[in-house]
Design a protein around this ligand. Sequence first.
Ligand SMILES: [Fe+2]
Ligand SMILES: [Zn+2]
Length: 220
Amino acid sequence: MSLKNMANSVSSKRGTFTNSYPVIVNSIEPNRYIFEVNKLEGNYHNFPPQNLNLKELNNRLENLIRKSGDQDGQRTRAKCFRTRWDLHTTDWSVQLIGDNAISMAKKNPLAGRTSPDGAPEKIEYGIRECWGLIYEQGQETKSHSHWPSTWAFVYNVRACSKCSPLILPSNGIHPNTTLYPTEGMLTIFPAWLNHEVPSQPCSHERIIIAGNLDVVWSRF
Ligand SMILES: [Fe+2]
Ligand SMILES: [Zn+2]
């Protein structure tokens, strides 16, 4: 690293990166956000779908995931149906989910970052991977993280409030963060945080889009 780059400064914002888990939840609407929550505590299962086009979007996503097929054979931590890792390259609807996640990440920087000349530095993100998952009754994902990506995102395509939640287990300081799904709910969290999905209790499928955002650096 050059001396010039070392001059960059990063300062933590209170209440975000260093002293709580920044888990951010939105109810998706194409190109617009309705909810924005920076808090961890509480359940987020009360977010209703707010958009008339949500049904159409979710139908499209569900069909795409099914059409893509199960590429995984349950070799990863996800013990369920999983599509290819670049699903966002196959259709605008998946790209839209990733783009909304990028907008959320841009609106919620975890620290202020300054260029050597003192100007605020904008952080650009790209969709590194994106895939679809279908959980059937009894299927689960063991604890894992998406390190070294920056943000992980999860979008709920098909789910009810009794489906398995997404759980970010306690680190001994913070309690478990438990996010019950609602269709249309988009969540981002730091990709290095462990998370898990317990066994799906419902007899219907739980369908999600998941992915990773990485920083796109303009220089090294
Ligand atoms: Fe994951
Ligand atoms: Zn359910």
